[in-house]
Write a protein that binds this ligand. Structure first.
Ligand code: ATP
Ligand code: MG
Length: 458
């Protein structure tokens, strides 16, 4: 969609010329006098206006133009209004800038100069828009039930808003417990389909033999046990959103049928006689590496590309900075209220342990640990032990040299791995040990590995 530009000039010939010059880049709206300009501005809300000051009935003076400028800015103060002024009207143009115009151009307008200036105007308008959108999310520190003030989550919220407006299929990727289902609900809620149904189906929880009829439905008598006609989940999602969870688990035979649905928006019920048109938006999620599945032949490449028109990556909890604390506090608040246990807080030691932990189960793990901790805490100040997290040295506490060494080793290994995105070889190099030693050490320290030893060997 081209951005809208309003051109205001009483000379129709000039308007037409200007329009021709920029019509490939902008959707041009034209007005010949002030009242028409203001009316069209209200209707179309262009981010940029090119305004001639000498408008009827007083074409010899700038008053009509200046009045138009102030009316436009009253409606939308962030509008970029560019004044087109006569050769000897520099002073007037400056006055206009003083009243809120963004810039001015001398008449006759040089087309190249105009194009450059318009480009800059639209660019600045876009930046301001993005900034406002960002401010909105930052202020709330959360979005559709998802908490997150970290840059990585703010980026996710921005992406969700953007993809919600489109109809394209979305593939959500993320480790288990990172919020793939809540993210898909957020997309639905933000989309024009929000009043339609949100239908979720977990492709790994249903046996292959049932999955097809679950998704596509069946006619009466289609197979033994099909006593009545039944609509599948896809049809149930008509007018809304279909969420295919654990898409990596879906059998090849069903991938073909889903591919056809994605391509043609049609399905066939099992035992059905004809195709049925269904209007449902598809969101899929997985924590599996689908590209690996493609290589192994368990996942169709054409299906993958149809699904992954838009990809949304949910970062692991350990990469979300202070969201750890934010989300932990919010769970504490919620579960202590549910258990009628007022006044519970995290001790400093617990907070530290939360930051040190790797959170392989992400938010779901955090939720479970806090839920368990509030049931029978040692005191009102929850400890790392209440959270069943690794305990640190306490002031005055007793710690053996071995514990201290292991804690340090654990810390250094985690830091090195984080720095190298979980890759063992560079992490080992940084730590000054061999890769096999790093594996052994991690086994001994009970650290979880993201890479398999086989794939790491040369
Ligand atoms: N940003 C967040 N803020 C607060 N709670 C969240 C956030 N993200 C997820 N949650 C909560 O964490 C739990 C797990 O989320 P969800 O089920 O969406 O994750 P998932 O990625 O689908 O997990 P799995 O891979 O286990 O299916 C849910 O209870 C959800 O409400
Ligand atoms: Mg899930």
């Amino acid at each position: 969609m081209k951005p809208k530009l309003l051109i205001v000039d009483d000379d129709e010939e000039i308007r037409t010329q200007l329009r021709w010059a920029v019509a490939t880049e902008y959707e041009v709206i034209q007005a010949g006098d002030r009242s028409e300009a203001v009316r069209l501005f209200r209707e179309h809300r262009p981010a940029v206006v090119l305004l001639d000051l000498g408008l009827p009935p007083h074409t010899g003076t700038p008053e009509e133009g200046l009045a138009g400028l102030s009316q436009i800015l009253d409606v939308e103060p962030s509008t970029k209004v560019v004044i087109a002024s006569g050769q000897n009207e520099r002073e007037i143009a400056l006055r206009a800038v003083g009243s809120g115009a963004y810039d001015f151009l001398a008449k006759p307008v040089d087309i190249e100069e105009l194009k450059l200036l318009l480009k800059r105007c639209f660019y600045v308008a876009q930046l301001e828009d993005d900034y406002r959108a960002m401010q909105k999310t930052v202020r709330s520190d959360g979005f559709e039930g998802m908490l997150g003030g970290s840059l990585s989550m703010q980026t996710v919220f921005g992406a969700i808003r953007k993809v919600a407006a489109s109809e394209a299929p979305v593939l959500i990727l993320g480790e288990s417990g990172t919020g793939k289902e809540v993210a898909s609900r957020a997309i639905h809620q933000q989309s024009p389909r929000r009043d339609g149904p949100f239908v979720a189906i977990n492709c790994s929880a249903i046996p292959e033999t049932l999955l097809e009829s679950e998704l596509f439905g069946h006619e009466k008598g289609a197979f033994t046990g099909a006593h009545a006609q039944r609509k599948g989940r896809i049809e149930q999602a008509s007018g809304g959103t279909l969420f295919l969870d654990e898409i990596g688990e879906i059998p090849l035979s069903i991938q073909v049928k889903l591919l056809r649905f994605l391509q043609e928006q049609t399905i066939e019920r099992i035992g059905g006689r004809g195709v049925i048109q269904v209007d449902a938006r598809v969101i899929a999620a997985t924590n599996a590496d689908l590209e690996k599945g493609i290589k192994a032949g368990t996942f169709r490449e054409d299906f993958f590309y149809r699904l992954a028109v838009v990809r949304l990556n949910l970062p692991p909890l350990r990469d979300r900075g202070d969201d750890l604390r934010l989300i932990a506090q919010s769970f504490l608040h919620r579960f202590s209220a549910e258990n009628n246990r007022q006044g519970l807080t995290f001790s400093q030691e617990a907070i530290k342990a939360i930051y040190r932990h790797n959170w392989p189960g992400n938010i779901r793990e955090l939720q479970n640990r806090v839920r368990r901790a509030v049931i029978m805490p040692e005191s009102n100040r929850l400890t790392a032990a209440d959270l069943e997290l690794e305990q640190l040295m306490e002031a005055g506490g007793v710690m053996t040299l071995k514990d201290a060494r292991e804690n340090l080793e654990r810390d250094m290994i985690r830091t090195a791995l984080r720095k190298h995105a979980g890759r063992m070889a560079p992490a080992a190099a940084e730590l000054g040990i061999s890769r096999p030693t790093l594996y052994d050490l991690m086994d001994k320290l009970g650290l979880q590995k993201t890479e398999q030893p086989e794939s790491a060997s040369p």
